[in-house]
Design a protein around this ligand. Sequence first.
Ligand code: ADP
Ligand code: MG
Length: 981
Amino acid sequence: MFGILKKVFGTAQSRKVSRYRNIVHQINRFELEYQTLSDDQLKQKTAQFKARLASGEDLKSLLPEAYAVVKNACRRLVGTEINVSGYRQKWDMIPYDVQLMGAISLFEGSIAEMQTGEGKTLTASLPLYLYALEGKGTHLITTNDYLAERDCEWISPVFHWLGLKTGALTNATPLEERREIYTRDVIYGTASEFGFDYLRDNSMATSAEDQVQSSHHFAIVDEVDSILIDEARTPLIISGPSNQSNQMYDELKSPVSALVKKQSVFTNEIAQKAEKILTSLNLLDKSLEAKKLNKVDEEKKQNALKDLWVVSKGMPRHDFIKTVREHPDLRADLEKIDTLYYDKQRQEERAELLSILYITVDERASEYELTDKGIHTWSELTGVEKTNDFTMLDLGHEYALIDAIDSLDEAAKLEKKTAIQKADALNKERHHNIKQMLRAHLLMEKDVDYIIQEGKVVIIDENTGRPQPGRRFSDGLHQAIEAKEELDIQEETQTYATITLQNYFRMYETLAGMSGTAMPEAREFQEIYKLEVVAVPTYKPCGRVDSEDEVYMTKREKYHAILSEVQDLHKKGRPILIGTETVEVSETLSRIFKQNGLKHNVLNARHHDQEAEIIASAGQKGAITIATNMAGRGTDIKISKDVCDLGGLHVLGSTRHQSRRIDRQLRGRCGRLGDPGTSKFFVSFEDDLMRLFASPKMTSILQRFRPPEGEPISASMLTKSIETAQKRVEQRNFTIRKHTLEYDDVMNRQRKEFYSFRQEILSAQNMLTYIYTLLQDYCGQLLDESTNTSGKWDSTAFATMLCELFPISFSESELKEHLSEEAFEKKALQKLVHTFKNKIEQQKRKLEEHRNALHELAAAGLIGDNLDKKSTNQILSNVLRDIFITIIDRLWQEHLLHIDHLRSEVHMRSVGQKDPLMEFKHESFALFQDFIQKMRSRIAQKMFIFELHVPSPEELKAQIIRMHEGAPELALDSNEIDITP
Ligand code: ADP
Ligand code: MG
């Protein structure tokens, strides 16, 4: 069946490619024609194209000519000096036909799969030029700042020659410059820069002039898999300090450590006992052949292993467990036990066995749970009744109970409810913090998941292995780790704005991408981004030879094998590039090489610019380079003629990555543009991939082919098994990303609504109309609230509510009039609007007096006469806008926090057979309604109590007289307007 699918797929692709070939012919015909034009004539094409677009022609019909213009401009530039990243070079690129094909697929909004070294940077320039003709900015997304600047400098000569403006955005670009940069035609920058600008514009900018990003017209994402897939699991977050204290962490720190300590002492004991038994049965000695045990001994062994299984569920990273896993037989037995207890029918037995632990850990799912024993110990350690920390209240139920108490009046009931709600919120937060602290202790490993630098916890990116200073684990996990490591707990941060990269990129009218390794993720690109992957043929056939993997039992043996392979090839003078998954492994290998006198470079993706230089020279004779996955990506490795003769660059993978695509990327580093090259991966059974995801079948193969120490296991079956393990992880990661997106999709709708409302406020000419509508809505809201549960309407209750909230009142007679709901509401609204108008008039008078005083002073020559020309209406409108924005931003942040909590809370409900996502959708919608209601009520109330603080004419005069000479400019600015409650 798959054969057929592949065939269908294959023909669709080849049909596409032949269609592209036709267009390429057209482009080349035009280009030939253009060769006879003068420079000026060619340059004029840009303006002519724009005019044709303006008169209704579409981009597609312009493509052949526009691409031909770019190609011809490239030809004319050949030999010109250009300056890229501080190096003088000569322009030497004219797009090849395959590049033109890639460029057509980019124009169509596809992902072009073009191998490393095929010249994607140049390819992108063609569609960027074409889309830029529409007069809106086009964006090219790079993987890091260094590449943003490099690619911009590299390709700009063509754009400039054709009259387009370009710019690069980096982390160092100041805010003031960004607005102007966004007005240019082609902008290079990382996904974070674009994404954060979007978030900042919509959550921080307080006026339309402060917003920088103009549009989401067309974007090409370079190395699209690494940006849309590898980085897509962590959303972009703008956060800042929140007002919460860290007191809770301090309070929880010692009981959590104590509980974990108990668990570790306890599991140690079990492990030691088991070790003794296994030693006495001679099972730990690797030099001995596996022998058949008698019945009694066999039972002893099984019991010891069962105990060890319990240890593995309590302390998955226990040293002795690692040792036992080095023995294929024992490993297989341990896995058997694990599989046994995954059976649904054995859940009770499983729980019974694990009940001796305090906490159980599921390493694969990154989850943990407290046993009854654990909960009991917890309450002993903290003195908190156990029901408090680990059971959640059902608020609705509690409220109903209160409502049923007849002896309480409404006010007393409300008071009671509020108290319960507060206590519940506190309880939830505490529960959440305990959970995160346990996670920090049990699943977060120092030097693997994070490192400590200058007293700070620094995250290590799991894909690239590079430290991420400044980034923090979210949701309190970071503080939890700080507490665990006895560091100063940094202030809790609060989310101001957040978006996933997926949702950011889905805003573009047209999105395209390029990568050397996109095909493996074709399904995800299609499903999530609706992007099709097109495999573009290579300029020359690939000359690389890939060897089978070498698999070892232990890491130690693996490193030995790597060393001897490197020594061998180095003797022959071949350059070698060694890819690693983590900084840690890079450092280990570096140490080994040093001890053996091998000169080498180590790249950890810390300094992109220097590393680009080093990686560029990794193809020189005799060079040895150790690099983590991301280090130097985007810079191609050129090799010389004599290296070519030696067989080219050798790429050595020090482990299989969780994703096959990353392995392919590494391989793609050699054999570019038809160069010769070789590649090989080294794997050990202690690698994380194998430890966590290898199938039991693989272990049984091992038992049969147990190799002597130091020798690789060569079973071709293994290669398949490794792939299966990889596939399993890929599938899991895909599910996680999809999950993140499903949740963010819910938020996305709310975010869009909120952002567009906010945008409307920012650009509104007259705030008063907004406020009248808001008062009207709020009045309606109060009316609903004043209708009691029996559906009966009570005018007195409504009036009381209004009088408590607003400075208005109702006379006895008004209340006795027995007006209908609508009539009464109308009356109330009239009162509100009337009062509000008075309020505004009063503020305006204040402003006018202030202004007259200023004019008098100016006329008397006491101050300069360049006074603020804005009308008082305008000033007042701006003040109202400020109030509006301040309030809605604060409430939105609060809303995001609630959503965060909801998200982690709904997962606890999956136990009760409820679908967490459905629950989340439901409740986040309710929270959003709450948010809107709160927004209305806060703003409505604020409108009656804000006060402009401007100096009175007398104060002003007194101030001026106090000044000696050279009076400073006095104009009303927002600093003088105090809008705090
Ligand atoms: P990729 O991003 O696809 O890995 P790059 O854009 O970094 O590749 O380009 C790889 C190399 O190929 C660069 O050194 C570039 O100068 C060269 N190159 C690309 N296109 C052409 C061309 N049309 N003619 C000559 N050299 C080219
Ligand atoms: Mg590139």
